[in-house]
Ligand binder design. Sequence first.
Ligand SMILES: *[C@@H]1O[C@H](CO)[C@@H](O)[C@H](O)[C@H]1NC(C)=O
Ligand SMILES: *[C@@H]1O[C@H](CO)[C@@H](O)[C@H](O)[C@H]1NC(C)=O
Ligand SMILES: *[C@@H]1O[C@H](CO)[C@@H](O)[C@H](O)[C@H]1NC(C)=O
Ligand SMILES: *[C@@H]1O[C@H](CO)[C@@H](O)[C@H](O)[C@H]1NC(C)=O
Ligand SMILES: *[C@@H]1O[C@H](CO)[C@@H](O)[C@H](O)[C@H]1NC(C)=O
Length: 953
Amino acid sequence: MAPSRLLLLASQLLLLLGFSQPYFLTNCSLSHGSSPVWAVAVDCGGRQLLSVPADLPPGTTSLFFSYNRLQAVSRLDFRSMRRLRRLVLSYNRIARVEQGSFLHQGALETLDLSYNLLCNLTENMFQGLSNLTRLDLSSNQIRVLHPIVFRLLTSVHTVLLESNLLRRVEDVQPLLLLPNIHSLKLASNLFTSFQSSDLPLTQSSALETLDLSSCRLLESFGITTPVFPCLRCLDLSMSGVQSGLRWDVTNRTFLRSVSQLSFNEPLLPLDNVLHVLQSLDSLAEVQLNYVEDWIRGGLLDTLCLIPTLRTLVLVYNHLGRSTLGLARCSQLSILDLSWTYLRTLPEGSVRSMKRLKVLRLQTNFLTEVPKDVGRLVSLRTLDLNDNLISELRCGDFGDAAGLTDLDLGTNRIAKLDGCAFQNLTRLRTLDLSHNLLWTYGGTFRTGLQSLERLDLSRGFLFILHNGDFQGLRSLRYLDVSSDHIGRVQQKAFGGLKDLETLTVSIPLDYECNFRGLRRLRNLTVYLSTDRGQTRPPRASPQALYELRSLKTFTVVCRGFHFGIPLEPPEELLQTMPGLEAFAAINAFTSAPRPDTFRYLPRLQNLTLGKTDLSDLEPELFHFVPDLQTLDLSETSLRSLDFLSGADLFRLRSLSLRDNRLVTVNHTVLRSLPALVQLDLTGNPFACDCSNAAFIEWAKTNNQTQVVNAHEYGCAFPPSRHGARLMDFDTQSCFLDLGLVCFASSGALVVLTLLASFVHHFLRWQMLYAYRLFLAFLYDRRRKRAGPERYDAFVSYNVHDEDWVYRHLLPELEGRQGWRLCLHHRDFQPGRPILENITDAIYSSRKTLCVVSRRYLQSEWCSREVQMASFRLFDEQKDVLVLLFLEDIPSRYLSPYHRMRRLVKRRTYLSWTQAASHPGLFWDNVRRALETGDGPGQDAALLTGVPDPRQGPE
Ligand SMILES: *[C@@H]1O[C@H](CO)[C@@H](O)[C@H](O)[C@H]1NC(C)=O
Ligand SMILES: *[C@@H]1O[C@H](CO)[C@@H](O)[C@H](O)[C@H]1NC(C)=O
Ligand SMILES: *[C@@H]1O[C@H](CO)[C@@H](O)[C@H](O)[C@H]1NC(C)=O
Ligand SMILES: *[C@@H]1O[C@H](CO)[C@@H](O)[C@H](O)[C@H]1NC(C)=O
Ligand SMILES: *[C@@H]1O[C@H](CO)[C@@H](O)[C@H](O)[C@H]1NC(C)=O
């Protein structure tokens, strides 16, 4: 049926035409607003894909394709993505990379092929990657490296080849000679020896970092030629497990630049280690893991003799109570003893380290601040996080007055004495979070003048007293949020003139004064209803807030409550005229009144979560015209109607996660012209024709990305549980339209969708289809009506009326005696014109079209031609006689392709060519009107007429 075919065609055209780069990707998602602005990051990770989807945007700069099932990379996969700078193909099953697969990736900087099944790196697989800086080939099964596979990677500085099956060091030699190579990771391979003599290097390598760790079969490591003049970091940890590692460095100067060395293999003979250490001249940093046996054997005694040593990292050694022998390492400036099972740091262990700046003791079993700490005058950073310290005493930090960063988080400190931090006049950050604090004992009333960041969150505190923080004159950041907080006295934050960020927990019914915080920019308030009281504060918001600098305000209510804790909200918000971001989680009990944001003209980000907003009205947004992000997650919304008329012209991001949207009427999104991101995750979608238009829109529109659309599931109908919304076949909705389309409301939705498109591109086709359809219906009725009443219906344009009345009528009706039907004369007044036309065509044996330029331009005339040709199609009757009044070159005919086709296929009568022999012309007309109406009969009859190809063609 023509109309249904047309609709189908229209919907397909909608998919194909126009939108060269829609945001919808069948399997992947685009991350938006990423910086830098030009970046187009596509995420295809974890989707069981067997091939690279063809619909990825050519402008993609970053592609994440991990955790799929790709088996080979072909030359076609990335051909169009010439702007790729980062390509991650890890965790696939790639065994083969076709030659020249990256020929067009000259811009690529990072290529990650780790965790695949590659075993043979062939000659030209990396051809074209001239800008590549990082190549990750780790965790494959690589045994063979073609000698010139890396030849053209002139920009590469990092190559990761760990966890492969490489056996010969000679194979990696080409890598060592790349002009920009800095870092080479060869860990966990099958090398048995690494000898510089096996590397016939013609020049010295630029390599700075060499990782040979976990090469269990490695028996010897030898540098006997000066090939690594730049080598700074050498990692040999866990190497040579099988038989012990022989170390052969003939001349100390060959490794003179090595400053960082990592070892952690207890099976290596200690003598060997000492030999290694002695061959290194400028060792500054040593990391030794799992070497407690060596440490007991006196390793540190030797190590501490190295005068250049500055950093010693002993993480993951089981040190327990051993005295360590660290005392000799007086030259250290950084000592890391984290994760070493220390119960106590014996007195004198580190006291000698007069230059020590950083001491890390994180995650041990210390029950008190080590005594030595108080003597470390040079100490700047002390990390005691995650220990068992229960008390801080006066003098614990005694002379360590230079401390700037102190981390005491996650301990068991219950109370502070006023003197604990007395001498720490330079302290800038102090972390006391996750302790059992219930009193500060005046600690922050005096001293700590330089403190900028104080974290007291997750304490056990019940009361913040007036002036508790008044000594902290430099404080910028304060976190006193807690799960248990009981009271915040009115002037608890007095004196914090420079405070910029404050996070605090207050009981819902409590009045807390923030007035003095003149510089506050970011306020987060947790209101707890623990005690079941919901009496709102009595003081007015003006008396308590008045935060003119505030930019970000977050209110989170914990627990169930009846009243609005910030009553009345517009008065409260009026005290924060500069607010740019406002978030209220579970803070309202229903949709805020339309004038709530009246005083927030600068608001850009609004979050209203965990509130029943089903009665939300668009007027709410009229006061915040600059809104850019709107998050209404978990708000029981059932439709997008609140957006119609909201006029959020700048809104870029809209999140409606976890609501109750069943069908999405996306047309209301038209009122959001700037929208680029729409998140509808977690809604109970109906996978039927009611969402067909939305699905099409999500897939084809080229402005708004529907975030993770391909993951949306079907909640209705029950038979589709577990299916995906975007997999729903919308074509079936459009196909069924044939006869029912005008009755079905689903079709109306589609028509609305198509309306603007049709208006632009398919207006005529649609009109035609519609009329054709009517004609068809009408015709069925008419068939039972009488026989043809006229010989010919004359279809002409009013501008040619003169000719019709002066020439055609006298000749055909007068001389030849035909009965003609002229619309001026014979149409029944009062009937719809379309019916009149149809009637005229069907009650005439022939339709005579008087074709002129004007005729072609007139809508009705071309309808008449179309309907007449429909009769040919319908009744197998050829009724059309074309009479050209003027010569019309074919380029004029081309927009009227139906006419053009007719002219091409059949003969026609030309008045201009017949002007000299009008008698012959009218004779031809007569013969045309006389002929029977079987298709194709006339061509044979009208032989006297010129071949059409010489006329209009
Ligand atoms: C390679 O990098 C340089 C410098 O960043 C840049 O100018 C050039 O356009 C890049 N080449 C390609 C093919 O993108
Ligand atoms: C590696 O691949 C090349 C080219 O496909 C082939 O000629 C060669 O035999 C392969 N080598 C091994 C050891 O599979
Ligand atoms: C070590 O090598 C340097 C330069 O490469 C050379 O000057 C020096 O004599 C060598 N020392 C020994 C002991 O071979
Ligand atoms: C503060 O430092 C002074 C001088 O170094 C010292 O005498 C005093 O005991 C220290 N006070 C505390 C509480 O450690
Ligand atoms: C405001 O402070 C909270 C809590 O510290 C933090 O998570 C958030 O990122 C801050 N916002 C801004 C805009 O600084």
